[in-house]
Design a protein around this ligand. Sequence first.
Ligand code: ADP
Length: 168
Amino acid sequence: MVHIEIVQGDITEQDVDAIVNAANSSLLGGSGVDGAIHDRGGYTILEECRRIRAERYPNGLPTGKAVATGAGALPARWVIHTVGPIYARSPAPARELASCHVESLRIADDLGARTVAFPAISTGIYGYPLHEAAPIALRAVRESTTSVELVRFVLFDEAALRAFTSAE
Ligand code: ADP
């Protein structure tokens, strides 16, 4: 069974096999977690994202799906990019948010990653209320069939940390 850790911190600093990026469907970078990963990871991540976009997802990566790239200058080995639902626009935000976690772990399994760090997907610009997102994220990971041994939720601020620890 996967072991779950909940910590406050910066996802770009995590020394795990793979970190998950709260990307947008363009895969071409953005703000928040996405911006931090591309800023600190360097240009090679963006280059790989561009190639994946051109070759596999010309219309953008669909919500709830995930793809992997290298992690450039970051301590992790891979970045798994997933697109969370935009809360106010999604017809099924809970299902899509759960899918981000399930699909990211599936990609982690394909890579052979054993330790994976997730941010609080969709709870920034995409507007998902933390107290709703936290139990969905935790349940999706807990109920996943995966070879990943450790999932660390890395929460940026105290409000997010509280939402996840109280939902555990
Ligand atoms: P989304 O577009 O999916 O909402 P955001 O990147 O805007 O993604 O925000 C997702 C969550 O990640 C928010 O709770 C935000 O506070 C948090 N966050 C922003 N930067 C970082 C970081 N460097 N490490 C971990 N979490 C971060």
